[in-house]
Design a protein around this ligand. Structure first.
Ligand code: GLY
Length: 283
């Protein structure tokens, strides 16, 4: 089968409260990653799997996206990352969960696929394998950003699991992101909305109270339980690839797992004989 296609995402949706500069920054980064992938595919110097690894490493290195540096924090304030990769035509795959020192979890997932007899390693065993393979490791602190610590603090105060980027409409702070620091609000039954703008003002109108519903847009939930595994490393749930397509889901991991979404999408294509369309879906 000739030809290629590439899709890059940094999670579902755009938080309307995210200051415009940061939205633009995120789009620039995604565009850069996409262009990097396109250039590599055009040059034919790398395989499709190499390109996936290359591009995801780039996203992992940027704290703007919730993978690698800037990952969502567990309730303990630590980072437990996960990643997966799949070579569709060969039906090979590799995944990791619960890694806390591996700078680029996607590369470890690749090594699980290429250099281990298994498809999926987690926690201590994955870390051990990382050291055997000589991948770059860093302190857990490397992944933790000031912004995420603040989000965790608010999530804990509300005793909720939170996706900072995809709040239900009634949860959005009325500051409307005029302040650079503002991109997060939270509330529960007792606490009205708060935001991280420097004034940290309390919003008027108790009617704005509501439940924070955890929903992830990119690879992790803030204040998740330690040990929680999302859809991202689960082949068939968050990730799947075959000779027709590659699927990478984003959204609430628990729902995606229950729906085995990625495999379903591939199966629909397979059973209906669908093909990828040549089109650009962007912003
Ligand atoms: N969709 C990513 C997660 O729930 O962890």
């Amino acid at each position: 089968m000739g030809g290629w296609a590439i899709a890059v995402h940094g999670g579902a949706g755009v938080d309307p409260n995210l200051p415009e500069e940061r939205q633009e920054e995120a789009k620039r980064l995604l565009t850069r990653c996409l262009e990097m992938g396109v250039a590599a595919l055009r040059s034919k110097s790398l395989s499709a799997v190499d390109v996936v690894e290359l591009v995801v490493r780039e996203l992992e290195s940027d704290p703007l996206f919730n993978s690698g540096r800037g990952s969502a924090l567990t309730a303990k304030g630590t980072v437990e990352m996960e990643a997966s990769i799949m070579d569709g035509p060969k039906r090979r795959c590799g995944a990791v969960s619960g890694v806390s020192t591996v700078k680029n979890p996607i590369s470890l997932a690749r090594l699980v696929m290429d250099k281990s007899p298994h498809s999926y390693l987690a926690f201590g065993g994955a870390e051990e394998f990382a050291r055997q393979q000589g991948v770059e490791v860093v302190d857990n602190d490397y992944f933790i950003t000031e912004d995420n610590l603040q989000m965790l603090k608010l999530a804990k105060e509300a005793n909720k699991i939170v996706d900072p980027n995809n709040r239900p409409r009634d949860m959005r702070c009325k500051c409307r992101g005029r302040n650079q620091r503002h991109y997060f609000s939270i509330a529960n039954e007792r606490t009205p909305h708060q935001c991280l703008c420097t004034r940290n003002r309390r919003l008027r109108g108790g009617g704005q109270r509501g439940q924070v519903r955890g929903r992830d847009i990119h690879w992790g939930l803030m204040n998740k339980m330690s040990g929680r595994i999302g859809d991202s490393p689960l082949i068939g749930a968050g990730t799947y690839a075959c000779n027709l397509c590659g699927v990478s889901c984003t959204g609430e991991g628990e729902a995606i797992i229950r729906g085995t979404l990625a495999r379903d999408v591939a199966a629909v294509m397979e059973y209906k004989g669908l093909k990828l369309k040549k089109q650009w879906i962007g912003w």
